[in-house]
Design a protein around this ligand. Structure first.
Ligand code: TPP
Ligand code: MG
Length: 639
């Protein structure tokens, strides 16, 4: 406990000198970090928050690496890409937070699920402040952990404040531990300022959880002795309250206790402090001497994704005519056979087979451990998928409808997409997204929201239009160790048939397919819109067009687009999504930048109206660009 205390005292000086950017003090709360970490085995994962320096020091991370992290040096854990405690390290089985606090809890669920599946009798500890318990993630994570009996210790550090907000404005029950009952979960209140109590109780509870896997809610009563972060001060905190808690300081109290028990002499105390001070100084000097990071553009761009070497598995010659829905199902099933620990999760996907029946029969084939029905909690499940990936397990999450990804948006955008770039941790996850219009299902069951994700570096986005592509690309999506959003158009599920090889095969990302070749114009499209373009060309056999089906949107096959446009001199981009900020806008811009001299007309975008997608089919038909495309195509041809 002394070590994190003394490091902090040093950091406060460095903060004043502008050498570190921000500091969240854990002074007064050391017994919790140190006690919990000591109670766990080193191989067990801990997911700390911003005041848990004691977790890092107890796991014996060399101090110069921590200092390097805070100063943005290469010896840190994020290559200068993220600050403070926003990092994890597999070497020490620590998974650091993202700023959004709550997602940690669901990630812990995933790690605990991996432990449960591996039957390794390990426990996982995750921290949150009492403020963080107000986030939906807390509720979702505790609920999932309870339903799935996951071996997680949810450690709530109740330190009286969430920034300036006192507990009375944060929750309305006596103890946070009381919430355990609502989740069907055992809970305990622990004096967070008493290291002996923390260590003994957590050791006992952890041992019991190892033997009998289940989640436990632990509320540590403590106090934040300093401000939220150093710049924000403590004006709003009553002085008397601060004085009262000063008497309960875990470090000085434990020191007095040890002295009173003759377990520590004054001389030993001095020696211990000198030892720590010297370690801090030596390591700090090392960090101070370390060269600053020099930006390397290639490295920055390369580190967004984990390297994936595509392995081609050729299709067998035997094929069968199947629907797109069958192709997805078959591709998924054959991947389940190939990757023996691949887990799939989603609402109603087990016995019920999923709302589109893609996973029908999967429980019988693979069992309920690998085919997991989930409560309705997109965030926690996507976070759990992240936890599985941290534990080396691939997963596929079925969103019941792509529209519902909004309820799991935060982990996708902030956790999955950014982890590899931030601390080299990939998110080996496929999110299956049944999407799209044409089924008169209204604003919340018809969206095609790929542009929310193509916008975000770190994600891959796949959008097949045919059964063959769906099967091969899904296999690749699962092989790829990066997070992939896999869009499956609902209107195509049962309307599009094709001969598809019966065995497992893969198709590469970043390769568009040219469905028709011609010289007058280039049509660029993907998803259901590809079929609208095909229909239009069928109706107008005299139009000589290249029709490009992009198949994957990130990575995007710009080469095929540019080569075609250089040949035809005209380009029209057709998609189902609404126009502004859609893929067509960027593709159009790319063509302008790369092929300006070859263009004989401005690039044309044809897309849906700038309205939410409506319910009744007359309105839906008007909304979609399907019926506007032919006219726009002809206009551009005669430009
Ligand atoms: C989603 C989200 N909302 C708001 C914030 C800003 N914020 C960061 S820490 C914090 C207070 C957290 O309080 P608590 O969970 O009690 O932890 P403590 O700081 O007291 O340890 C707030 C409001 C944030 N980081 N993320
Ligand atoms: Mg708090």
């Amino acid at each position: 406990m002394l070590k994190p205390r003394m490091i902090e005292e040093k950091m406060l000086i460095l903060l004043r000198q502008g050498k570190i950017s921000k500091w969240f003090s854990g002074i007064g709360q050391e017994a919790i970090s140190v006690g919990v970490t000591t109670a766990l085995h080193k191989k067990e994962y801990i997911l700390p928050m911003h005041r848990n320096l004691g977790v890092f020091t107890t796991r014996e991370i060399p101090l110069y690496r921590l200092f390097g992290q805070w100063q943005g040096k290469a010896s840190g854990f994020t290559n200068g890409r993220d600050r403070s405690f926003h990092f994890g390290t597999q070497d020490y089985n620590i998974v650091g937070m993202i700023s959004h606090l709550g997602p940690q809890l669901g990630v812990a669920d995933g790690i605990a699920l991996a432990n449960l599946l591996k039957e390794n009798k390990m426990v996982t500890a995750v921290f949150t402040g009492e403020g963080g318990t107000s986030e939906g993630d807390f509720h979702e994570a505790l609920n999932v952990a309870s339903v799935w009996k996951l071996p997680v210790l949810f450690c709530v550090e109740n330190n009286g404040y969430g920034l300036s907000t006192p507990t009375s404005e944060q929750y309305n029950c006596e103890h946070i531990a009381d919430k355990g009952k609502g989740y069907g979960m055992e809970s305990h209140i622990i004096d967070g300022n008493n290291i002996i109590e923390v260590y003994e109780l957590v050791s006992e509870i952890a041992e019991s959880v190892r033997k009998n896997p289940r989640p436990i809610l632990l509320e540590f009563k403590t106090f934040r002795a300093r401000g939220h972060e150093e710049a924000s001060g403590t004006k709003y905190m009553p002085k008397t309250l601060m004085k009262e808690w000063e008497k309960k300081d875990p470090v000085t109290n434990f020191q007095s206790y040890l002295i009173s028990q003759n377990a520590l002499t004054e001389e030993e105390d001095v020696l211990i402090k000198e030892g720590i001070a010297s370690e801090i100084n030596i390591d700090l000097n090392k960090t101070n001497k370390e060269e600053d990071i020099i930006p390397n553009l290639t490295k920055e761009l390369n580190d967004v994704y984990k390297t994936f070497v595509y392995q081609e598995v050729k299709a067998n010659s035997k094929s069968k005519e199947i629907r797109l829905v069958d192709a997805v199902s078959e591709g998924l099933k054959q991947s389940m056979e190939r990757h023996e620990d691949l887990v799939i999760m989603g609402q109603d996907i087990a016995e019920y087979g999923g709302v589109f029946k893609i996973t029908e029969g999967f429980v019988e084939a693979f069992g309920k451990k690998r085919v997991r029905n989930t409560p309705i909690c997109e965030s926690a499940i996507i976070e759990a998928a992240m936890g599985l990936s941290i534990s080396g397990i691939k997963s596929v999450v079925e969103l019941q409808f792509a529209d519902f990804i909004t309820s799991g948006f935060n982990p996708v955008i902030n956790y999955l997409a950014k982890s590899h770039y931030r601390w080299n941790q990939n998110a080996d996850i496929v999110l299956r997204m049944p999407c799209g219009a044409g089924v008169a299902a209204g604003p919340f069951h018809s969206q095609t929201n790929e542009a929310w994700f193509t916008k975000t570096p770190g994600l891959k986005v796949v959008y097949p239009a045919f059964p063959y592509d769906a099967k091969g690309l899904l296999a690749t999506a699962i092989n790829d160790p990066n997070p992939v959003l896999f869009f499956e158009h609902k209107a195509l599920y049962r309307s599009i048939r094709q001969e598809v090889p019966t065995d497992y095969f893969t198709l590469p990302f970043g390769k568009a397919s040219v469905l028709k070749e011609g010289n007058a114009i280039t049509i660029i499209s993907y998803g259901a819109a590809v079929h609208w373009a095909l229909d239009t060309l069928k109706k107008n056999p005299d139009i000589s067009a290249d029709l490009i089906d992009l198949r994957t949107l990130q990575p995007l096959d710009t080469e095929t687009i540019f080569n075609s446009v250089r040949k035809t001199g005209k380009a029209i981009v057709l998609h189902e999504d609404s126009m502004f900020g859609g893929l067509a806008s960027d593709i159009s811009a790319l063509i302008m930048e790369e092929c300006f001299e070859d263009l004989d007309a401005p690039v044309k975008r044809v897309a849906s109206l700038e309205t939410p997608i409506p319910f009744i089919s007359q309105l839906e038909d008007q909304y979609l660009p399907k019926n506007r495309f032919e006219e726009e195509l002809k206009k551009l041809l005669s430009y």
